[in-house]
Design a protein around this ligand. Structure first.
Ligand code: G
Ligand code: G
Ligand code: MN
Ligand code: NA
Length: 253
């Protein structure tokens, strides 16, 4: 309860920060976007997301927290655009609870408008499980987001039993291969079979594909050979504070 009320005040006290993890085009050795991950600077200590995200989800605080994250990502995209010519997108994780809000799309539209960045500067990641759990609320919102130019990436793809028939009807732009398949690449034939299938699916639906959780060269090489050239993971960078992203940004101009 103490943590809950502290988290409640964290937004107004300016204690939340976003760290960023690059999405890397391996062949070009270039950052092609970044994923924003929330951190809570409470007093002098950084509270790990594993400790406050689940609490935020239970209490509903995840809604204002995520709305803050979208605004902050839009602000950051603008700052990087001005300083570095950043023209890619920042991805924000969007938990299902956000879709309970009927004004979600309007809120995103306003956040982006406040900073005068194009709508495609913000990308939203929704998990495959979340997507399939709440199709009734999610689908209309995805269509409206697509209309205003905000792209959707399906996070943890391959773990959530999507109906492939449904997938073809959804306005999504990217599949993000779940790290559980990436982990075993080059070790178990099943993992490369799944990854091969996801890449083929993405191709035939005209979607981009990215692999998450890439931690070593073996995984990177197998992914590249299988036709996935955009990756994210500790091999390239952990999620890092905004200032530390600048060395990646300088390479993009
Ligand atoms: O950033 P990573 O280091 O450790 O985060 C741990 C967990 O917290 C992950 O499951 C991650 O998805 C979640 N998380 C981190 N930042 C955010 C965020 O901004 N929004 C949501 N919904 N989850 C986040
Ligand atoms: O899928 P999700 O959005 O929850 O992913 C974000 C989480 O993944 C964060 O906790 C982040 O720190 C973590 N993460 C990012 N890259 C790697 C990686 O290469 N290996 C592992 N184990 N975790 C990673
Ligand atoms: Mn994610
Ligand atoms: Na993920």
């Amino acid at each position: 309860l103490e943590l809950e009320s502290a988290l409640h005040k964290a937004i107004e006290r300016d204690e939340l920060v976003l760290h960023y993890q690059p999405k890397v085009d391996v062949r070009a050795a270039r950052m092609v976007g970044a994923e924003a991950l929330m951190r809570w600077q409470r007093g002098g200590t950084l509270v790990p997301p594993g400790e406050f995200i689940p609490l935020a989800e239970e209490t509903g605080l995840i809604i204002p927290l995520s709305e803050w994250a979208i605004r902050e990502a839009a602000r950051q995209a603008k700052a990087w655009a001005v300083s570095f010519g950043f023209a890619d997108s920042i991805a924000v994780n969007l938990p299902n609870r956000l879709f309970e809000r009927s004004d979600l799309v309007e809120h995103i539209h306003q956040s982006v408008g406040t900073y005068g960045v194009p709508h495609r500067s913000i990308q939203l990641e929704i998990t495959e499980t979340g997507l399939m759990k709440d199709l009734q609320n999610v689908i209309p919102a995805l269509h409206r987001l697509n209309e205003i130019g905000v792209e959707i990436s399906i996070d943890d793809f391959g773990t959530g039993y999507s109906s492939l028939a449904y997938l073809t009807t959804l306005p999504i732009s990217e599949l993000k291969i779940d790290r559980s398949f990436v982990r075993d690449l080059g070790i178990t034939p099943q993992s490369s079979a799944v990854v091969t299938a996801i890449i083929a699916l993405a191709r035939s639906l005209g979607l981009r594909v990215i692999a998450e959780g890439v931690e070593n060269l073996r995984q990177m090489e197998v992914l590249h050979r299988l036709g996935c050239g955009v990756m994210q993971g500790f091999l390239f960078s952990r999620p890092i504070p905004p200032n530390d992203i600048e060395k990646w940004l300088q390479q993009t101009v």
